[in-house]
Design a protein around this ligand. Structure first.
Ligand SMILES: Nc1ncnc2c1ncn2[C@@H]1O[C@H](COP(=O)(O)OP(=O)(O)OP(=O)(O)O)[C@@H](O)[C@H]1O
Ligand SMILES: [Mg+2]
Length: 367
């Protein structure tokens, strides 16, 4: 297994720069997700790591060795495009063993490794069955088996679950994660689906327009988004971003918004921004009749035990996540309070975070 390090990696297609001088490290044995919207450069980054695309500039280190200009076949990496791509005329055993046949591995060793792999994936009872008769989940396991059997230094996966229906996707997410916990191979997994990334990854790199906007654990990214883009992209519904206009000076502990005073994490410096945006996750807002920050209920969406209530406020709309047992009606006037120790403040101009209540927790956590 190996660490993967990308240094100042750039890819230009003519005048268009798809990946903009990115640097990041994928720790040995970690499950790492590249997450971002369509066209942000995820596949291009992954293809450069795999050796399927030449970088315009920059370095790619696999286990400390610079492989940027080595061919894909010379890198010890398995690339899983689509887990369903199997050879239909071969049985399970031959599908899994195929990469070893290509590497001229002796037959006896192929047999042992294929059987070990099948056992790991719990498909050893299917080894002599034809793949065309298999159920979806088993086909997927065979395709995974074909990647694992090589025991590569790393696995690269590009939206491997993209075509599956939701229920099956959830199941495969769980299986991929369990498999990773057993074999501990460095895995780079590309997805535009934040739920997939949040549920599987040890580390996530959020990409936007060819750049990594933030790299962190799912919890760091959720609790302390580095930019408004990340705040908006992660979370369902996403973080409320409320433009509040005010300038903030060092020592400020409150923000004046529409005649109300909202408690915020104390400012340690003057805010560099002219315009401030308040970031609040839906679960960090409460209904409070006593609050001077008021709005009108626009609609509700039931989620079983919880509900998402949309409230029209002077700055736009705010989503609030509260227990479903709380009775609210459309058109009703409500007061809102914010949990001050969970808020983030952003600079509207740069989009970057100025202050996040949980920065304090980060500082004391020694990170
Ligand atoms: N061979 C190419 N020639 C020109 N432009 C390209 C080429 N490959 C990718 N691009 C452009 O580079 C940008 C990044 O593409 P990429 O496929 O890496 O995005 P992505 O994040 O994987 O998106 P998706 O989620 O849609 O798969 C896109 O704007 C795309 O149009
Ligand atoms: Mg892609």
């Amino acid at each position: 297994m190996a660490e993967i390090r990308v240094e100042n990696l750039r890819k230009a297609f003519g005048d268009f720069i798809a990946v903009k001088d990115q640097s990041f490290t994928i720790p040995d044995g970690s499950f790492f997700c590249l997450l971002g919207p369509s066209g942000c450069g995820k596949t291009t980054t992954l293809r450069m790591i795999a050796g399927l695309e030449l970088p315009t500039s920059g370095r790619i280190l696999l286990g400390g060795e610079d492989v940027a200009f080595k061919r894909a076949s010379e890198r010890d990496i398995a690339f899983v495009f689509q887990l369903f791509a199997l050879y239909p005329h071969m049985n399970v055993r031959r599908n899994i063993g195929f990469p070893l046949v290509c590497q001229n591995v002796p037959w006896a060793e192929i047999k042992t490794r294929v059987e070990e792999t099948a056992k790991l994936l719990r498909i050893d009872h299917l080894l002599d069955k034809s793949v065309s008769g298999l159920a979806g989940g088993d086909r997927q396991r065979v395709a995974l088996g074909r990647a694992i059997v090589r025991r590569p230094l790393a696995f690269l996966m590009d939206e491997p679950l993209g075509t599956l229906d939701t229920e099956f996707r959830d199941l495969m997410c769980e299986e991929l994660r369990h498999l990773h916990d057993r074999i501990k191979a460095t895995t780079v997994y590309v997805t535009h689906d934040q739920l997939e990334a949040m549920s599987m990854a040890d580390h996530i790199a959020i990409m936007n327009s060819g750049r990594v906007e933030q790299l962190g654990t799912p919890q760091e990214i959720y609790d302390r988004p580095a930019t408004m883009f990340v705040a908006d992209f992660v979370g369902s519904p996403s973080m409320n971003l409320i433009p509040v206009g005010d300038r903030l000076a060092k020592g400020a502990k409150t923000l004046a918004v529409s005649g109300a005073s909202i408690a915020i994490p104390e400012m340690r410096e003057d805010a560099p921004a002219e315009e401030i945006v308040l970031g609040a996750r839906p679960e960090h807002i409460r209904f409070d009749d006593a609050s001077a920050y008021r709005g009108e209920v626009f609609g509700t969406e039931y989620l079983g035990t919880m509900q998402i209530v949309t409230v029209k406020v002077p700055q736009g709309r705010v989503k609030v996540k509260v227990p479903a047992s709380l009775h609210v009606k459309s058109g009703e006037q409500v007061g809102l309070t914010f949990l001050g120790d969970r808020l983030s403040l952003f600079d509207k101009g740069s989009g970057r975070v100025i202050r996040s209540a949980l920065h304090d927790a980060q500082a004391s956590g020694g990170m």
